[in-house]
Write a protein of this length. Sequence first.
Length: 221
Amino acid sequence: MALRINPSILTADFANLESELASIATADLVHVDVMDNHFVPNLTFGPRMVERLAEVSPIPLDVHLMIEDPDRWAAGYAEAGAFSVTFHAEAAADPVAIARRLRSLGCRAGIAVKPGTPVEPYLDALAEFDQVLVMTVEPGFGGQAFLPAVLPKLGLLSKAVAGSGLDVWLQVDGGINAETIRAAADAGADTFVAGSSVFDGRSDPAERIAELRAAVAGHRH
């Protein structure tokens, strides 16, 4: 199974985003954290910013909506050029309807859960989604420590996806580095969001991406 490294620009240099995007061209997708200062206590990008990023990025946009009312807003990010849009289960009134709308716009549909949110209620609806994001930190800020307590959720999802025969990506986001990525891969993740471990301000992001790939090489996924 393919492994994907999706650097998060949350820890990139916002004044030089085009060059920062160019520096991660060897990654699979770029993770764009959209926060509204309501669902999470932070404020980042909106649809116009995502549209511009899509125009200059060398790799597809993996948009993560940490916002209230994704039922209303999610489709706008697909229309802005996102390859994938992931919204939070905790904020959605009708997750399946959102996912179907995103897919109708030619966008991959993902659903995210916070560390304390169970995944069992969504297992029967896996066919409606292209990705499930298990947060390995509390959403809202970059640079947090990985929470290993969420790994059993990944194992549960991995078994469900394998048993269904569906092509659903299992993504982790939060505290991913060359050490924690192995534990996440062993638990069943195949798509890894890495922020501060790629954009550390001191080294070449492409080298950090290569290190992450090497760290999971040879794992069962």
